[in-house]
Design a protein around this ligand. Structure first.
Ligand code: FAD
Ligand code: NAI
Length: 476
């Protein structure tokens, strides 16, 4: 006799575990299945985000930033340290401890919300009356029956054709990149997207020579051009080498390292030797092992599960959220979809506003944005007003000793409604929330300009950028 549940969630990343908790809060009897194993073979819920994504990358970014501050900036504050050294093994162990705290936190939340957790691979067996049979292949095999199924199986790193990841030796995805035992002398990255810039920054700060090879001839094309330019200037100054417009040729991996043949933007043949290579050229939906064919779950040409705006799949009672479906591959997007799906299952009206999903790149300076870029508004023929304010003129940024970057507002030329907010600079990962709230409430730039912001704070740059839309900054 199979165990019966109202809702079965497959995957316990940010999409899956949040769907399970919200469904349990709404009174359903919920199971969540996840196969991720920690080094000891135990359950490690939290998915890519917790184990090899958001959380560990931010832990290493923090450690490496402390190291860089100690090396380059403490002296400005009158602090002398002598020679500063980095114990990479300890940095990685700290990161592992942070990951474990998050894994354990999710197991605690499952208990608190009475979600039954199964450690193993979940796959469809067949449709049954009023639901689906799901097999869990873990230490033991079990069969569950669920009235509603939420698939949240996430994504995997995309490999370069013919260059499989070895993770331990030379060719690394985000997984291997987050557990290097020591700082390589020379590190190559293919792909100057979010992972390329974040991981490149970590190892550059620790003294590695970093070269990032990017196929596009434009840097961060999804980012507002003015912001991307400002960020590129800062990365160049730091010595993070980014080569645009390359075409990757043969990649050879050997005992001594990796060699990468490529042509540069001028079409000249180049050869790059490096100790390690991180490939960060995007991610692909993970549906392997779901046995989607058994029930006829439709996938698109890129392997994503096909869903409508409400995250309904091609099958009645089966939903899918997060990286395994269309849309940006972001943890908070997965979480929003998860909550909305649980609420829809309960007959409520869950809603996700794709127009106000913020993006953050956690480099130094940080890059953050919400809404449309200036180039998108131009392409769409929208009449807009722009206003920006540099951190150079912000008192808190001067006191911090980091005046790189700016805040930029784009507002509708007639109604003044905020259409996009773009930031590059210190702690803009936190500042962007104000812009998200404003856009969610359809605020105008004048609304932000009229709100009292604490002094001295970086958030005053947000207010001043809003004032700049009306050409009336007070401090610049
Ligand atoms: P995942 O987190 O991938 O979780 C899917 C889970 O399902 C996994 O645990 C997997 O083991 C499990 N699973 C898969 N198939 C099965 C099966 N058949 N049975 C049982 N279990 C299964 N996003 C941000 O918003 N901010 C960041 O700062 C950020 N940093 C990132 C840094 C890196 C290096 C990477 C790689 C990604 C980062 N992301 C970030 C993206 C973020 O990690 C993903 O968008 C997010 O994890 C997607 O959540 P998900 O629940 O859809 O899938
Ligand atoms: P990405 O899509 O951000 O960047 C990939 C880059 O590789 C692009 O610039 C692309 O032009 C380039 N590229 C693709 N094929 C190439 C080739 N053959 N040769 C050279 N360049 C090539 O993907 P990335 O960095 O792998 O990250 C995957 C996803 O994970 C992100 O899109 C994002 O959704 C998520 N993520 C989010 C983070 C955050 O929110 N801070 C941090 C890290 C990842």
């Amino acid at each position: 006799m199979s165990k019966q549940f109202d809702v079965i969630v497959i995957g316990a990343g940010p999409g899956g575990y949040i769907a399970a908790i919200r469904a349990a809060q709404l009174g359903f009897n919920v199971a969540c299945i996840d196969e991720w194993k920690n080094a000891a073979g135990g359950a490690a819920p939290g998915g890519t985000c917790t184990n090899v994504g958001c959380i560990p990358s931010k832990a290493l970014l923090q450690s490496s930033e402390h190291f860089e501050h100690a090396n380059l900036h403490f002296a400005d504050h009158g602090i002398s340290t002598g020679k500063v050294e980095m114990d990479v093994a300890k940095m990685i162990a700290r990161k592992d401890a942070v990951v474990k705290q998050n894994n354990d936190g999710i197991l605690y939340l499952f208990k608190k919300n009475k979600v039954t957790f199964f450690h193993g691979r979940g796959s469809f067996v067949k449709a049954v009356e009023g639901g689906y049979e799901i097999k869990v292949a873990g230490k033991e095999e079990e069969v569950l029956t669920g009235k509603q199924i939420v698939v949240a199986t996430g994504s995997n790193a995309r490999a370069l054709p013919g260059v499989p990841f070895d993770e331990e030796l030379n060719i690394l995805s985000n997984d291997g990149a987050l557990r290097l035992g020591k700082a390589p002398k020379k590190l190559a990255l293919i792909g100057a997207g979010v992972i390329g810039l974040e991981m490149g920054s970590v190892w550059r700060r620790l003294g590695t020579e970093v070269i990032v090879l990017e196929g596009m001839d434009k840097f961060l094309p999804a980012v507002d051009e003015q912001i991307a330019k400002e960020a590129k200037k800062a990365f160049d100054k730091q010595g993070l080498k980014i080569e645009l417009g390359v075409k990757i040729g043969e990649v050879k991996s050997g005992k001594k390292g990796v060699s990468i043949a490529y042509t540069n933007a001028k079409g000249e043949a180049q050869a790059l030797e490096a100790d390690k290579l991180i490939i960060s050229i995007g991610r692909t939906a993970n549906t392997a092992g779901l046995n989607a064919e058994a029930v006829g779950l439709a996938l698109d040409e890129r392997g994503c599960i096909v869903v409508d705006d409400d995250c309904k799949t091609s099958l009645p009672g089966v939903w899918a959220v997060g990286d395994v479906v269309r849309g940006p591959m972001l943890a908070h997007k997965a979480e929003e979809e998860a909550v909305a799906v649980a609420e829809r299952i309960a007959g409520q009206h869950g809603h996700v506003n794709f127009g106000t999903i913020p993006w953050v790149i956690y480099t130094s300076p940080e890059i953050a944005w919400v809404g449309r870029t200036e180039q998108q508004l131009k392409e769409q023929g929208v009449k807009y007003k722009a206003g920006s304010f540099p951190f150079l003129a912000n008192g808190r940024a001067r006191a911090l000793g980091d005046t790189t970057g700016m805040v930029k507002f784009l507002a509708d030329a007639e109604t003044d409604e905020i259409l996009g907010v773009h930031m590059v600079g210190p702690m803009v990962s936190e500042l962007i929330s104000e812009a998200v709230v404003a856009m969610e409430f359809k605020a105008s730039s004048e609304d932000i300009a009229r709100i009292c912001h604490a002094h001295p704070s970086l958030s005053e740059a947000t207010k001043e950028a809003a004032l700049a839309v009306d050409k009336r900054t007070l401090n610049f």
